[in-house]
Design a binder for this molecule. Sequence first.
Ligand SMILES: [Zn+2]
Length: 159
Amino acid sequence: MAWICYNCGTKNKNKDTQCTKCGGVLAAAPKFYPHWMIGGAVVFFALITLGIYLGGALGGATYTSTSGLGTVLGLGLSLILVILGGYILGFASYGRTILESGIGFAVAVVPAIVVSRMFSSATRQEIWIVVAWAVLGLLLSCAGAWMGETIQDRADRKA
Ligand SMILES: [Zn+2]
């Protein structure tokens, strides 16, 4: 993980245990960044809605007709986008973004379902399907963020 100095705001690399500018120590740097959580919520909201909408459209689901294919494509595609979103967040952000990513997803999932219910059959399913999908999405958003962090870490060490 890259980290931001609590004292002077310098962005430091993972391998540095002290701030390269002022000597502030890594141990005192914040572990949690709320704005990445908010950014994550926005990103996940957009990705979930997009995935459900596109999948539903591909499968021929409309507001008036329910399509099994549209449901599977919509829920599946949104999960793939969630992994990707988590990965990008993990890679782009400093700190250990797995927690921010997970909370961001949890914040985004309910409004995303509410919005997508308006135009796709994918989330107008039995409640247990939607709940199982949301739990899976939460895990995948964290898994994606973890992968992003790991790759960031490696790039950091090489630099
Ligand atoms: Zn500093």
